[in-house]
Design a protein around this ligand. Structure first.
Ligand SMILES: Cc1ncc(COP(=O)(O)O)c(C=O)c1O
Ligand SMILES: N[C@@H](CCOP(=O)(O)O)C(=O)O
Length: 513
């Protein structure tokens, strides 16, 4: 029986947990196709939360949170502190994830948590700057005494609906003994997102534009992990939120934002999270289960609403009918990280708190998903999920209307511009506030990307306003110059595993790392 939160297991395994943090970070996905999780979630007392954690800087808090999940024998304190410091030194905001308090008016507790102050202007940087440095740290240690030609090299393969790709590339560009291949759906990401990825010329980076959807790209990535021969030949690594380190690094801002919103006091707090692959909100679930007194985590989706439908019906169903929306990074039908949540729910509500039995249940569900295209969970599981989560979906029209309304009414700051993903969250937050009708609740709405990345949606909401100029008011100079830079990308004409594997092998030879 595992008793410590620094040992990991797969969501689909019926054996005891045995994996170390380094193993799960480097391996990415478990051999059985499951995701790695810590079966024990560490607990933080109220005293520690409100008398210690609430007084820390973002970096200090990141250390305290991460320390609970990483054995000091694997990364000693001094190294973990250095990794955190280096990772967040690239952010434009000193406190990394600032909270814009009382955004609409002094008397309303709607706070916007800006997560886009990293190098690629999206929340993914918070985790991927850290993950890049973590890969480098582990590889340097493994390779230190190995002669050239025998050093371990990691081939990172990731799928993106727009933001993970550039954040992973910026986290890994130029790093020793790592190559990075990013698959994205042709024509289904914004022009700026595409430019951010394809204009990076470092020789260890290659983007693959795949004719298909994000779900196709993600499926191919998972198949590559399951391909034993390819995987053992190339040491495939993950940058998507299937990698546990992504979730871990995202926990910090739930704690930090809570204390910023409440001035370090215990209060009634709800987080609203624009969701797709369920990685971001899952980090909030861990924070809540660790003891942060969050009253609700609210899933905000666009028209691709598998998560909302699941919470309403208990049926998790595959579909290939992905809608192209104004919040394209959330155009996702299969939410990878949902599997992690399902494991904790299965353990508590169906397996009498037995880890091994929970693994068996989750494995059965995912076999059904593969063979029958869907699975259904019991009402007890849904009722369990609803103790922590609520959900709502938002249309394109309401997304545009929310960007417009915020621009008109915001007080702090005036003329506040939301990106369309953030707008999905803000719309859900406003609906919730109307329903709750309780001034004592703090609502923290996560802002997951900078509006400059989504010119079409933002302009369709704001171009009729007198004096509004996207170039002047929204677009940072750094992103403006991207359109003038040379592009490096390779087209893959259909979403096919073999085509992608050949492209990777061909490029690896050219990279000659
Ligand atoms: C801007 C933006 N918002 C929201 C999301 C959804 O986050 P998650 O996939 O972690 O649910 C994504 C993509 O992941 C994103 O890029
Ligand atoms: N929205 C994401 C999709 C990939 O999700 P991840 O969090 O699992 O990496 C993106 O922008 O690429």
């Amino acid at each position: 029986m595992v008793t410590n939160s620094q040992v990991y297991r797969s969501t689909r395994s019926s054996s005891e947990a045995t994996k170390t943090f380094e193993q799960v970070v480097i391996q990415g996905l478990a051999e059985d196709g499951g995701l790695f999780i810590p079966p024990i979630i560490p607990q933080v007392s109220e005293d520690t939360l409100f008398n210690k954690f609430s007084k820390l800087s973002f970096q200090e808090l990141a250390f305290e949170v991460m320390r609970l999940y990483i054995d000091p024998k694997e990364i000693p304190d001094v190294d973990l502190k250095r990794l955190i410091k280096t990772s967040y030194s690239t952010f434009r905001a000193e406190n990394v994830t600032p909270l814009v308090k009382n955004t609409t008016s002094k008397s309303s507790n709607l706070h916007v948590l800006e997560l886009f102050h990293g190098p690629t202007y999206a929340f993914k940087d918070v985790a991927l700057q850290f993950v890049g440095n973590l890969f480098e740290y582990f590889l340097e240690r493994t390779n230190k005494d190995l002669p050239d030609g025998h050093k371990k090299q990691l081939t990172v393969v990731g799928a993106t609906s727009g933001d993970t790709g550039s954040a992973a590339i910026y986290g890994l560009r130029g790093k020793k003994d790592v190559s990075v291949f990013i698959l994205y759906p042709t024509g289904r990401i914004s022009p700026t997102q595409e430019e951010q990825m394809t204009t990076v010329q470092d020789k260890n980076v290659q983007t693959l534009s795949v004719k298909g959807t994000f779900d196709n790209c993600q499926d191919i990535v998972k198949q590559i992990f399951g391909d034993k021969e390819f995987n053992s030949k190339h040491n495939v690594g993950a940058v998507n939120s299937i990698n546990w380190a992504r979730i871990l690094a995202q926990m910090t801002y739930y704690f930090y934002a809570y204390f910023q919103a409440t001035d370090g006091k215990k209060a009634n707090v709800k987080f609203v999270v624009p969701s797709g692959n369920f990685g971001d909100i899952l980090a909030g679930y861990f924070a809540k289960k660790m003891g942060l007194p969050v009253s609700q985590l609210v899933i905000a989706t666009n028209e691709n609403d598998i998560l909302d439908r699941f919470l309403k019906t208990g049926v998790y169903e595959r579909s290939d009918k992905v809608a192209a929306t104004l919040s394209p990074a959330m155009d996702i039908l299969i939410s990878s990280n949902f599997e992690r949540l399902l494991w904790y729910l299965a353990r508590e509500y169906q397996a009498d708190n037995n880890d091994l039995q929970a693994g068996k249940i989750v494995n059965d569900w995912f076999i059904q998903l593969k063979t029958k295209g869907k699975f259904e969970v019991s009402p007890a599981i849904i009722q369990g999920a609803l103790k922590d989560f609520a959900s709502e979906r938002v249309s394109n029209e309401d997304t545009v209307a929310t960007i417009k309304k915020m621009y008109e009414v915001s007080e702090n700051p005036k003329r506040y511009v939301l990106d369309p993903h953030t707008a999905v969250g803000v719309r859900v937050t406003e609906n919730l506030m109307a329903k709750d009708n309780d001034n004592s609740i703090h609502y923290i709405s996560l802002s997951t990307a900078h509006p400059a990345k989504f010119a079409d949606a933002v302009n369709s909401a704001l171009s009729t306003f007198d004096g509004y100029s996207f170039d002047k008011d929204v677009l940072p100079a750094e992103l403006k110059k991207l359109s003038t830079l040379e592009k490096k990308l390779k087209f893959i004409e259909k979403p096919d595993l073999e085509l992608v594997k050949s492209a990777i092998e061909e490029e690896l030879v050219k990279m000659d790392l």
